[in-house]
Design a protein around this ligand. Sequence first.
Ligand code: C2O
Ligand code: CU
Length: 548
Amino acid sequence: ATTRHHEWEISYQLKSPDCVRKLAVTINGQSPGPTIRATQGDTIVVRVNNSLLTENAAIHWHGIRQIGTPWADGTEGVTQCPILPGDTFTYTFAVDRPGTYMYHAHYGMQRSAGLYGMIVVAAAPGGPDAEPFAYDGEHDVLLNDWWHDSTYEQAAGLASVPMRWVEEPQSLLINGRGRFNCSASAAAAAEEGTCNATLAECDAPVFDVVPGKTYRFRVGSLTSLCALNFEIEGHPMTVVEADGHYVKPFVVNNLNIYSGETYSVLIKADQDPNRNYWLASNVVSRKPGTPTGTAILSYAGGRSPPPTTPPAGPAWNDTMYRFRQSEATVAHPAHVEPPPPRANRTILLLNTQNKIDGRVRWALNNVSFKLPHTPYLVAMKRGLLGAFDQRPPPETYEYQSYNIYDPPPNPNATSSDGVYRLQFGSVVDVILQNANMLDANKSETHPWHLHGHDFWVLGYGIGRFDPKVHPATYNLKDPILKNTVAVHPYGWTALRFKADNPGVWAFHCHIEAHFFMGMGIVFEEGIERVAELPGEIMGCGKTKGGRH
Ligand code: C2O
Ligand code: CU
């Protein structure tokens, strides 16, 4: 095992990822930031210098469980104080599993400003986690959505009365590149002077293939809002990995991917080699207001655009199509890690849109999450009373009577920074129940992400979860382990994990605006087993002055 050192400088730069100039948060001048490549068992050291001048930062290593290093999870307010402008923070953690992971800002809505990237961990050669599939070459595809408003304008709008929603993104990015139509209409006029379609910076990315060879595409999404559908024109994809776990291979013409998820797919370059093909990213689950994001699969070596129209993806509102793809994702037969047969505790979480003091918020069992000023990890370890609400948040809701198909009868909710404290080593089931939003006939997809763990996806349903009926339908045989999972419109998703990683872990909707509006909770387990905390994570809230 190797220790890999990285030195990162975070700064604002004028960038034109979709041909429109905008301030972006960059790493060493790049957005997305550099891909971290490592081998299973390596230790990663990233020294982050915050050169943003007036803005805090924190970086989360999405999908890395941080076993033994909960303070390196990079979640502002949960595991650390923000990195102040001019300050330096060193993240040190092990990558213990092979697979495709990502990193991104975890401070306010900073991820949307461009602070994100990929982590690729190769399997230890000859080890038990070697890939159960073969390929000749590999490409990385990181998907995102992109707005021309700053994240400050977005956040201020979300917190306003009445709320100003962020609306649909202007562009979809593939590896940080998109293409806004500079010459079209009113929207373009508003960007006058900042839109330049001739910039090489916004040229479509090109993925080279050699005819007859098989390629592994590692695909990740860190969208702020959009559920996406990814397609490689004319090339069916065999899904082989999800969130760092091997999948029982299945073939799709296009892949639904939610923010926070990663997949590996295999394609064979077996089409007419005298032309190129589109890679396409399309919005699904919300009515699309954004053009297809494109890149080029190049057989011909050049970057000439394919002679066809880019694939438009499946019908955006075909929930069952996406539901079935979720259900098809199960563990590879040779890599099944069976879940514990039963849970010690079941937490039912009703996902609703609510109102607090006239502001639109998201809530779980009518409680909307707010981050405390003192990171939980420090507050709990040091017994800093009053740092957060000591009352446990609700475990369930009126599941027998709540009508998930109507807007909430009483939209009022409360907000809290309370924590679900889990018995160390216990098995926990979480049922995420989706419901109608404040507006009638509307329910969206929520990609839920758990820090510090992978969880087994035991089942999905559409409609109301019944604790007396549905647990009998769980897949206990070969459920996939993931760190992010979709809850489909009006649906439910059941997951199980073992609370065996000492620390404090966020669990939240990966839509940036939803988490900002309270759609998350926090788990604590085994805090007494956490080793002495590094002083570097302190310095804010009740830990002011306690840092040196
Ligand atoms: Cu990738 Cu807490 O998120
Ligand atoms: Cu959400």
